[in-house]
Unconditional design. Structure first.
Lengths: 206, 391
């Protein structure tokens, strides 16, 4: 088993790596295609702009290897921007094509003026369905969020959990072995660490 | 100025006072400890819990050198736990005992009988006594609870053994929800005995790292001396895929039934404890010859002690009326135990110094009356206890 964290300079790798380390997991840093050779579990973290991130992934030659990993049923977890990159399209920084692993578009929040952007802080995850990755995580517990755009999933069946910020939006999406979480599990204390643990123990099957 | 224990606000049902750790009273004046017990009795699906337990042990059975570690003091709870795991479930445990330094003769005899009757492998660890003495002094001064080495040793050391021996499953006995609300039965969760719990209340808010800083200026400390009191790194436990839980989260804990069982099946014997009415609670806290001083400190700081706690449990279970309890409490609680003399010898401290320290740690609104303290009687094995008399 080998855990990989994609690093193309668009994410805070440290927190994720530290969280995994404390839970007993060792992760490799993936910067180019050849690094993907033995990876069984892939993390795609991200902080920043959709367009910039996709350009960087292309430049690193990682887009195809990531898609191939998904095609083989390999577990992938996209975190925050990383989750958004799993979509078909994003509009941040200009319209650009995403990895296309979970049908949907990433669009900006349109919220009432009393609610500020970015959505920052602890908020509840409401599961719409049972999922093996949520084992040991009670419905409605808080996770830590920082984002201004959200994943508008096309299929209801791909939505594992939602969160409310002015309206209910998908905060946990899934398509086969590919999952995306809008919140930061590595910053979400006990429940976040539980989720990371569950992912590292997962074989990708539903 | 003194505030008597009789003027403390108390639970209208069981009598526990407002100075009890974690206590809260609801609009009926009933305490959360009583309410937790109601939840335990009426709302927890114990059949489901039993199923969970049986699934848990099968994950580990036969796969390692031992099926589980059972941290063991030899008191009623750990003896029952060991008995239950061996007899009911035929598990192969590694019994791990942390020797706090104050084990009583009856306890030692009980343990020998228990280990031989059940047929188990046992490891016993005794930490450096000189370090223990310095730790007791520091803990007494900072917290009015000299048992820091024991609290931390009991909960850390077996985890080190789990890692060293590669035995991931650690099975404890009674959940803390039996006594306090740091963990509440009403959360309807298994109580995990982990570092979070250790830091929440076990270590009194003092880690081994803290303690090092507190004692190293005047004590010749090798940092490794504090390893037995240090909780191991989470990473090491996670890599082991450890699970550390209380048997009492899977079966409803019933001390009266369980004590009777081990007395009948293992010949386990109770003992007299300083400050307790003779014969009524022979199963409670019999392991340690410093128990009297522990209970005395509790009384000085909080205005109640072991008799209040034991009668509270009986009242809650409908085994005693409040009036009977009140008589036992007023007759037996709050007396200065003979073992205090031994304790003061260990620490080379006078009783005046002791009282001065305790005065600073009293839990409001109680105020002890040091002038009105009566002297309690010795237990039969008093003369067998280790002394450090200055010659």
């Amino acid at each position: 088993m080998s855990i990989g964290i994609v690093d193309v300079g668009i994410g805070n790798i440290g927190s994720l790596r530290g969280a995994l380390y404390s839970q007993g997991w060792d992760a490799e840093i993936i910067t180019k295609a050849v690094d993907m050779a033995h990876v069984t579990h892939l993390f795609l973290p991200g902080v920043g702009s959709f367009a910039v991130a996709m350009r960087r992934l292309h430049a690193a030659g990682l887009v195809d290897p990531i898609r191939q990993h998904a095609a083989k049923g390999g577990p992938i977890m996209g975190i925050c921007l990383g989750m958004q990159l799993l979509a078909d399209r994003g509009v941040e920084g200009g319209v650009s094509e995403g990895l296309g692993l979970i049908p949907g578009d990433v669009i900006k929040f349109k919220v009432a003026s009393q609610l500020r952007l970015p959505h920052v802080g602890w908020n509840e995850l409401h599961p719409q369905a049972e999922h093996i990755l949520l084992k040991g995580v009670r419905p409605g517990v808080d996770f830590y969020f920082v984002h201004s755009y959200f994943f508008d999933a096309r299929r209801e069946t791909d939505i594992v959990g939602t969160t409310n910020y002015g309206f209910s939006y998908p905060s946990f999406v899934m398509n086969g072995s590919v999952v995306g979480v809008q919140f930061h599990p590595e910053k979400s204390q006990r429940n976040g660490l539980q989720l990371l643990d569950n992912f590292c123990l997962w074989d990708g099957a539903c | 100025m003194t505030v008597k224990s009789t003027s403390l606000k108390r639970c209208s049902r069981c009598g526990l006072p407002e100075t009890y750790e974690t206590i809260e009273f609801d609009q009926y004046g009933v305490c959360n400890i009583c309410r937790q017990q109601e939840f335990k009795r009426d709302k927890i699906d114990w059949q489901e819990r039993k199923r969970l337990f049986e699934a848990l042990i099968e994950e580990f059975r036969g796969k390692y050198d031992y099926d589980c570690i059972v941290p063991f003091s030899g008191g009623k709870d750990s003896t029952f736990t060991l008995y239950h795991l061996v007899k009911e479930y035929k598990l192969k445990p590694l019994v791990v005992q942390f020797n706090h330094g104050f084990m009583r003769p009856t306890l030692l005899a009980n343990n020998e009988r228990t280990f031989k009757a059940l047929g188990v492998d046992v490891i016993s660890f005794t930490p450096n006594w000189k370090v223990v003495k310095r730790l007791m002094r520091e803990a007494l001064i900072r917290k009015g609870d000299f048992c820091w080495h024991c609290h931390t040793g009991i909960f850390s050391y077996p985890m080190h053994v789990a890692i060293k021996f590669n035995v991931p499953l650690v099975l404890w006995g009674e959940p803390s929800s039996e006594y306090t609300a740091y963990y509440d039965y009403s959360d309807n969760e298994v109580e995990t005995v982990d570092e979070t719990r250790f830091n929440r209340f076990v270590n009194l808010g003092i880690t081994a790292e803290d303690m090092k800083g507190m004692i190293e200026k005047d004590f010749d400390l090798d940092p490794r001396d504090l390893l037995p009191y240090t909780y191991p790194a989470l990473r090491d436990l996670k890599r082991l895929r450890y699970q550390s839980v209380c048997l009492g989260s899977y079966i409803p804990w019933d001390v009266k039934r369980q004590s009777q069982l081990i007395m009948d099946e293992l010949g386990w014997q109770g003992d007299q404890v300083e400050g307790m009415p003779p014969g009524i609670y022979p199963y409670e806290k019999i392991e340690c010859h410093m128990q009297g001083v522990r209970d005395y400190l509790k009384f000085l700081k909080r205005g109640y002690s072991r008799v209040t706690q034991m009668t509270a449990i009986d009242i809650r279970n409908g085994r005693m009326r409040k009036e009977e309890a009140d008589i036992l409490i007023s007759d037996w609680e709050g007396k200065r135990p003979p073992s205090l003399e031994i304790f003061l010898e260990y620490l080379d401290m006078s009783e005046d110094e002791f009282n001065e320290i305790v005065r600073k740690l009293v839990v409001s609104p109680f105020q002890p009356d040091f002038q009105a303290i009566q002297v309690g009687s010795k237990t039969p094995d008093f003369d067998k206890w280790y002394r450090e008399t200055k010659t």
